[in-house]
Design a protein around this ligand. Structure first.
Ligand code: GLN
Length: 195
């Protein structure tokens, strides 16, 4: 695997940790702070943070159309936590989605106020049977379209899924030293480059 460039949308959130996880898998990490930088990458990670804040910054820095074009081009995108909310086609309680490309319906902050953050051990299909996942005010996928492959559930709720070029998870895969889910995304990018 050589010369795979994976961007991390660098408007807000745990950007550096994602870049480390990409590099740990032997790919090149690119910080994407300007829309022009999207042209340099083969795939894009949208980190966690606060989806409403990130949306405001996406608009402020004129990223919305470039992000939609990036999705249309078929390049892989991986949304983690708030990033998943940004990718989702519909959001509970909202009339409009944000980027709105992945066929899932998500609910924000859906694990309850009492337990804002927690860790859970997940069995993630195609990735790992024993993945420690860090959830922080996490969303979950309430329902998914027929082309969506559910990769992991926690307490019966979908917390990781893939639809073709799109990968989404409720948790923060960049906050531990287990970089296998990022590795799975990089293999998606590798595949898409061959096509
Ligand atoms: N609660 C945040 C939101 O709704 C997501 C939290 C996160 O990314 N850790 O956007």
């Amino acid at each position: 695997m050589t010369d795979i460039k994976v961007g991390v949308l660098g408007l807000q959130g745990a950007v550096r940790e994602h870049m480390n996880a990409i590099e740990a898998n032997g790919a090149t990490a690119v910080l994407v702070k300007n829309k022009e930088e999207l042209n340099e990458v083969d795939g894009l990670i949208i980190p966690g943070g606060e989806s409403t804040t990130m949306r405001r910054l996406i608009d402020k820095y004129d990223f919305m159309n470039p992000l939609k074009k990036f999705a249309e081009s078929g390049k892989p995108m991986f949304g983690t936590c708030a990033g998943l909310i940004l990718l989702a086609k519909s959001i509970e309680g909202y009339k409009e989605p944000h980027i709105g490309v992945m066929d899932v319906h998500v609910e924000r902050n859906s694990f309850g106020r009492q337990v804002d953050s927690f860790e859970a051990n997940l069995d993630i299909a195609n990735v790992a049977e024993d993945f420690t996942a860090v959830f922080i005010r996490a969303p979950h996928i309430v329902s998914a379209g027929e082309n969506v492959e559910v990769l992991a559930k926690h307490n019966g709720r979908i917390v990781a899924a893939r639809e073709g070029q799109f990968l989404g998870c409720s948790f923060h895969p960049e906050l531990t030293q287990d970089h296998r889910l990022t590795g799975y995304f990089i293999s998606m990018v590798d595949e898409s480059k061959k096509n």
